[in-house]
Design a protein around this ligand. Structure first.
Ligand code: HXC
Length: 514
């Protein structure tokens, strides 16, 4: 055959594969409000940048009617491309081909692109839309999942890994996303659970819908499995593009810097904190006052809202923010907030992103629920993550820094490089009311007017301890600063730490309180 004829034959072969599972399955996919797998990839990547691999890989299963079954692209499309010029590896499961079910060859296509991403040191994005292990293949499918999980773990902390849940992701399949750095979900489309509603009904006799069991909102708000929630696939792709622009290709380089910009005026920084220390405010207003163009890309916005995490830019450089949120539960630390912050700190540390901590919290959430939920174990994750971090870390104490919270929010004692306090800072073992009731209990009880005495003792305590000057006198904070100086000082601190090197004792790995 001439080359010309060969080219025509190739194109015809490709066109067949590109049709995926056929018109009927495609119609069903669209009727479910889902984009076809190939369309998803093209919508996410820069125009004309996608290069597909392994289009003609075939399964080898002989049982259960599989012997002569052809599976276009083996139910998963893999390849490379760019997102705003940044190279990425990508795979998208095609639900139109046997429900995107994962057999051994399907898995091997995924592991091949994961290996490629790790070798090329570029991010790997997985779009999940699958009925799980291909039932006909049995152990081959399970082996495939195991090989994926192993690679997720090897790549962890080396290249960013993103999981996009755009359909079912059930059974053990959920563990690949759970091992990756960021999980994206879309309203009405994403479904993630270990055991589906059918099994739950059989075993427990309880009826529940897929949505209520593991829909997008459940994972964005309740479980914390999802990091980004969108109302459409296109919105989700926009979030992915933003994230890719803010993080580096791998752990050996820094995120790409962009042209420096000034914050846009939102709220004057000195007017954000109310004069009454009991009044809440939105800590995001402080972040907006600090970042270029006042932009902040929040992570896990809907879960554990008492702590705010996310990325911004300062003079064009990516920084990670960890901030107590006085708007929710007064910004206390609890199990979920500690987990949320700890993981984010470790991501920033692994990927050379300086961490800015904004502190205003009255301590750990008290109560039997939290104690029994393991607040000791969960809270320890945060201490571990901050202590382990060697990227530049800067802490600003805005207002309350009480007790264990003072230590946990990246105090000097855990290794913060720079600690600054606003004049509104209250750094003490506990809140003035609680402290006065304990240490002056006798005087208060013996006083003729108990309330007046209590007020007087609270005032004494506030004057003595609930300010930044005791900590400043001991050198635990570097400077008491005016709010308006904060951005300049942060930029200066980042500049000073540009060449920072910090080494930890040699070890195989630590044993964090997972
Ligand atoms: C083989 C599968 C499949 C699977 C779906 N299909 N899941 N084929 N193995 N796991 C096929 C269907 O037979 C059907 O083929 C086509 O895909 C579309 O599926 P539908 O059921 O028609 O789609 P829908 O009604 O949208 O329902 C989607 C679904 C359902 C909820 C995902 O298909 C389902 O419950 N599938 C099984 C889920 C499951 O139990 N998976 C195994 C989990 S255990 P035809 O030819 O009719 O179009 C697991 C272990 C992993 O994953 C452990 C790793 C450690």
């Amino acid at each position: 055959m001439s080359l010309k004829k060969n080219i025509i034959a190739l194109r015809q072969k490709k066109a067949i594969v590109e049709k995926g599972g056929g018109d009927k399955a495609l119609e069903k996919q669209i009727a479910m409000g889902k984009m076809p797998a190939r369309v998803r990839i093209l919508a996410l990547l820069d125009e004309g940048s996608f290069h597909e691999y392994d289009m003609f890989v075939e399964h080898e299963e002989q049982n259960f009617g599989m012997a002569n079954k052809e599976l276009p692209a083996e139910g998963v499309i893999t390849g490379t491309g760019t997102i705003n010029g940044a190279p990425v590896c990508i795979y998208a499961q095609d639900f139109t081909v046997m429900g995107g079910s994962l057999g051994l060859k399907h898995a091997r296509k995924i592991t091949k692109i994961m290996d490629h991403a790790l070798k090329m040191k570029i991010p790997c994005i997985g779009i999940n839309d699958s009925g799980g292990a291909r039932i006909q293949e049995g152990i081959g499918a399970l082996a495939g999942y195991g090989e994926i999980f192993f690679r997720n773990t090897m790549a962890s902390g080396v290249i960013p890994q993103l999981s996009v849940i755009l359909g079912p992701c059930a059974g053990g399949a959920v563990y690949s996303p759970a091992l990756t750095d960021f999980v994206f979900v879309v309203e009405n489309i994403s479904k993630m659970f270990i055991t589906g509603p059918n099994v739950i009904e059989t075993v427990l006799g309880e009826k529940i819908s897929q949505e209520d069991l593991g829909g997008a909102r459940v994972h964005a708000e309740i479980t914390g499995n999802a990091h980004f929630y969108a109302t459409s696939e296109m919105e989700c792709f926009k979030q992915i593009k933003t994230l890719i622009s803010l993080i580096p290709h791998n752990n050996e380089v820094k995120a790409k810097s962009v042209a420096p910009k000034e914050p846009k005026f939102r709220k004057k920084i000195e007017n954000i904190i109310p004069s009454d220390p009991k009044q809440p405010y939105d800590v995001r207003d402080v972040i907006y006052a600090l970042t270029d163009e006042s932009k902040f890309f929040e992570v896990q916005e809907l879960w554990a809202a008492n702590i705010v995490i996310g990325f911004g830019r300062m003079k064009g450089e990516t920084v990670g923010f960890v901030a107590n949120q006085p708007l929710y539960l007064a910004g206390v630390l609890d199990c979920d907030a500690s987990d949320k912050a700890a993981r984010f700190i470790r991501f920033c540390d692994a990927f050379n992103i300086p961490i800015i901590t904004l502190e205003d919290m009255p301590g750990y959430l008290p109560g039997v629920d939290q104690e029994h939920a393991g607040v000791i174990r969960h809270g320890a994750k945060m201490l571990y993550a901050y202590s382990e971090a060697t990227v530049p870390t800067i802490t600003i104490i805005l207002r309350k820094a009480y007790g264990g919270g003072y230590i946990a929010m990246n105090s000097r004692h855990l290794g913060a490089d720079f600690v600054y306090a606003w004049p509104s800072a209250e750094i003490a073992v506990m809140g003035p009311e609680g402290a006065a009731n304990i240490i002056f209990r006798k005087e208060i009880m013996e006083a003729e007017d108990e309330d007046a005495m209590r007020q007087q003792k609270v005032k004494e305590y506030v004057e003595k301890f609930a300010n930044p000057f005791v900590a400043a006198s001991k050198g635990y904070i570097d400077a008491v600063i005016e709010p308006a100086e904060t951005r300049d000082l942060l930029l200066h601190s980042m500049e000073v730490s540009r060449l920072k090197e910090e080494h930890r004792p040699m070890k195989k790995h630590g044993i964090p309180p997972f």
